[in-house]
Write a protein that binds this ligand. Sequence first.
Ligand code: SF4
Ligand code: SF4
Length: 250
Amino acid sequence: MGHTSTSRVQSYIGDPVSDAPAVDRDMLEEVFQDIQADIRYDHELNGCLNCGICTATCPAAHYYDFSPREIVQLLWTENLEGIYDAMQEKIWACAQCYTCAARCPFGNSPGGLIMLMREAAIKHGMQSAKDVLRPFSRVMLKLISTGNQLAPDMINPDHFADWGPNISKIDAPLKLLRKAVPVPTMHTTETAWQVNLKTSVELYTIWEMTGVLDQLETIDENLFDVICDIMDEKREDWDDWMDEQEDEDE
Ligand code: SF4
Ligand code: SF4
């Protein structure tokens, strides 16, 4: 009697009741390898008792359908499909407070592992990363153009609609109040404090060399183009200033 040859290895893995397209196994492996290859991975995952102490102490687990224990178990058991699935939503619930890392009896850092998964989600241009990071585009723009992440003029109902009625509590005459601050560089609402041109230009180099700008290009190409224009202008200003100094020295 002949036997038919079958394989238990699935070339496509997906949720049979989901409308989402199945994810190719090569992609699942590639994403996991990116997470696992990070130098921090072995330091932050040493095993897992499945004890749930991390989840019991996690503030995000109290409010969302999210469990650091579950995420660590997915990584520890190398559940590629589950890892990919968690990257579509769950990993973005973490507040990065690292309470879990302080409590885990195995010395794991669930929050740190989630950070690696987030970086991989950005690298692969996942829609979840684009959706979560979109509201931060104004913060990135402010940071690049002024060296400040936040400025007083950004704290208003238009920018923080998600704060709900509580926004009225900070809807104060900020321009006037800032004039009362004794430090002159803070007499503006356009920046939190002044960052000099040299520091800004040095920051651009750091962002370029550490891959931050590559990540931004993957997530938001339009914002990347705007930011590149701003960086070019600031670098030209810096070169002009340097030329002026040389002319004065001659
Ligand atoms: S990560 Fe640590 S605290 Fe969380 S379930 Fe595993 S062993 Fe327990
Ligand atoms: S770092 Fe994230 S997973 Fe860990 S306790 Fe804080 S919110 Fe929870």
